[in-house]
Ligand binder design. Structure first.
Ligand code: PLP
Length: 399
């Protein structure tokens, strides 16, 4: 019998992109409430609680500024508020997103130096101290590090970057992009001596896209006073004069209804349990890929087990196979949305996001669809990926 594939999708969309991510029903309900005056007492009370709650997630007692913008807005705020034209930033290469942050810096007239790295192994932070010590005139004003490179599925040990700065006695600010790590695995702004961190709403916080923020240390705020970079909408000094200590324009009220619920969900589960769940699901995906990799099948893009990301796995398609073909089959046959390869990894890599509101059957459904798609596409692989994932999940303890 001919198999007719309908284009009308029934059942849930299995959304396995590494951002935006699934939005829990209770957050959808929260953001759908009627709007209110952002200066009203009831809103301000909730807003202040959101500010405190986000500080608990960032693990900081210092400052937070919010922006009505996607992560790029917070990236730009991080640069224009503490640097001046002609200043130098040292960016630790991780992949597509570290390059993007660097391109933005260059466009703003900042000099970019790159601490080069192999995208599959990750930067060798043991060599960073020497690079910083060689900068005897302290021309480097900031070191930028992407905590989780969403394009490659590699994480970066931010505490080791801080240790290198301290060992070199270098005064540069430490800036960290936590866009695809926050709420997925541990980030500790104050304990790790991060001066500016950048985060966004649409990944581990499980919110719609459109709000981003920066955590800012007292040291960074002092440096901000000396920055001559032109700025207006993103200017922290102007923001500090506003009641909300953020937002030059209208406050995105609905996103704060959502953030209040997101913080409630994260704290109800307990941050450590949230991280353990992400680790469990990440391990299951990695077990599946290792099983598929037999017979010259797809491989984990990350070749350094110490750097595995618990929020996203990038998977290298077998030689001569187009990863986008597999993604198309997953989408059209099974209503499963996967992330694609970014920049030079386009067509070579597909990505499974395992961040945010996700559980075991959801990840197994995605893995089963990928395993079927490997067969349908005729890509070389070994069977047993889903079995390996199930075995890993069944063996892991749940807190
Ligand atoms: N940094 C990282 C690590 C990201 O993953 C992204 C987006 O996925 C960005 C920055 C840019 O954020 P946005 O797309 O929200 O502007």
């Amino acid at each position: 019998m001919e198999c007719i594939v309908t284009k009308i999708a029934r059942g849930r969309l299995f959304f396995a992109n590494p951002g935006p991510t699934n939005i829990p029903d209770s957050i959808l309900r929260a953001v759908s409430q009627s709007t209110v005056d952002f200066m009203s007492g009831s809103f301000l009370e909730m807003y202040d609680k959101c500010m405190d709650g986000l500080k608990r997630i960032l693990k900081t007692e210092q400052h937070v500024f919010f922006y009505t913008a996607s992560g790029h807005g917070a990236w730009e705020a991080s640069l224009v508020n503490v640097l001046s034209p002609g200043d130098t930033i040292l960016l630790i290469e991780t992949g597509y997103f570290s390059l993007g942050w660097g391109q933005m810096a260059e466009a703003l007239g900042i000099k970019v130096e790159t601490f080069a790295a192999d995208w599959r192994q990750g930067a060798d932070i043991s060599k960073l101290q020497a690079v910083l010590e060689a900068d005897t005139e302290h021309k480097i004003k900031a070191v930028g590090a992407v905590h989780n490179e969403t394009a490659t599925g590699l994480s970066l040990p931010i505490a080791e970057v801080r240790a290198a700065l301290d060992a070199a006695k270098h005064p540069a600010l430490l800036m960290a992009d936590t866009i695809s790590s926050l709420g997925c695995f541990d980030f500790q702004m104050d304990a790790w001596g991060v001066d500016v961190c950048v985060g966004g709403s649409q990944k581990g916080l499980m919110l719609p896209t459109g709000m981003s923020f920066t955590g800012v240390s007292n040291k960074a705020l002092a440096v901000h006073k000396t920055s001559t970079m032109p700025k207006h909408y993103l200017d922290w000094s102007a923001m500090m004069n506003r009641r909300h200590k953020s937002f030059i324009g209208t406050v995105p009220v609905s996103l704060f209804f959502g953030l209040a619920e997101s913080l409630r969900l994260l704290e109800e589960e307990g941050l450590d349990n949230v991280f353990a769940r992400h680790h469990r699901l990440g391990e299951a995906v990695r077990c599946a890929v290792r099983a598929w990799s037999g017979n010259n099948g797809p491989q984990l893009f990350c070749t350094n087990p110490g750097r595995y990301s618990d929020s996203v796995t990038a998977i290298l398609a077998p030689e001569g196979c187009n990863a986008d073909e597999l993604r198309k089959i997953c989408m059209e046959r099974f209503n499963v949305s996967l992330g694609g390869g970014l920049g030079p990894l386009g067509g070579k890599v597909f990505r499974i996001g395992h961040m945010g509101d996700l559980n075991e059957p959801m990840i197994l459904g995605t893995l089963a669809s990928v395993e079927m798609a490997l067969q349908i596409a005729g890509f070389p692989h070994a069977k047993g990926g889903v079995d390996a994932a199930m075995a890993s999940l069944a063996a892991s303890s749940v807190g």
